[in-house]
Design a protein around this ligand. Structure first.
Ligand code: TYD
Length: 208
């Protein structure tokens, strides 16, 4: 049985997840939590090695199924080595992306089907579904423009604008499918306002 709190941050590339994660971490620490931040794909030695394969710009021939399985493999290792033990010991875990990224990017934008991708991922995550997921909602064009200003684009970011539009749209439809768990927030709002919404929801969960 898990004792900690598991929070995930989702959204299209460039939606400002990292900033909000840092602010949420500070808030949870004030509340006395030992906070662990992790990112997907990655967060363990093996998962980071898988990440390097997935995001390598040279591997343009990668099939959607290979891509889905690699993300799920990186996730399985992260859960068994890091997230599971941290939650068991009562920590707060904040993950930059988690299973919803696969449901949207591979299940919807790549067209593999949400149910198929979910089924494969259940093998990777077992009982560890997030307590709450914050979805930073942003038009695809804005996200990609922000990323281009920051760094060289990786294999996923190099995808067409159509693909990124499908991602943004996919996230919105996933929110209507899991309304209890996923909280959708307009990512164009000021940083402090987004942070206030996130803290409010976490506060409610902690007081239960
Ligand atoms: P990353 O540099 O971590 O992107 P970001 O800063 O936007 O979070 O790269 C992760 C990329 O992998 C991103 O384009 C989303 C994609 N992705 C999937 O397609 N499926 C997944 O299951 C995960 C976790 C990420």
């Amino acid at each position: 049985m898990k004792k900690g709190i598991f929070i995930t941050m989702e959204g299209p590339d460039g939606s400002g997840k990292s900033t909000q994660i840092e602010l949420l971490k500070a808030y949870l620490e004030e509340k006395g939590y030992d906070v662990l931040i992790t990112r997907e794909p990655g967060g363990t030695r093996i998962s980071e090695a898988i990440r390097a394969v997935i995001l390598n710009r040279e591997y343009s021939e990668m099939s959607p199924v290979t891509e889905m399985l690699l993300y799920a493999s990186a996730r399985a290792q992260l859960i068994s080595e890091v997230v599971g033990p941290a939650l068991e010991s009562g920590k707060a875990v904040i993950s930059d992306r988690f299973v919803d990224s696969s449901l949207v990017y591979q299940g919807m934008a790549r067209g593999l089907g949400v149910e198929n991708v979910y089924e494969v991922n259940l093998r990777a995550i077992g009982e560890y579904m997030p307590d709450v997921t914050f979805l930073l909602d942003l038009p695809a064009e804005v996200g990609i423009a922000r990323k281009k200003d920051q760094k060289e684009l990786d294999r996923m970011e190099l995808e067409s604008l159509e693909f990124h539009k499908a991602v943004a749209e996919g996230y919105r439809s996933l929110h209507t499918r899991f309304p209890e768990r996923i909280e959708k927030i307009d990512a164009t709002l000021p940083i402090e306002e987004i942070c206030g919404i996130i803290k409010g929801r976490v506060e409610t969960i902690l007081s239960k």
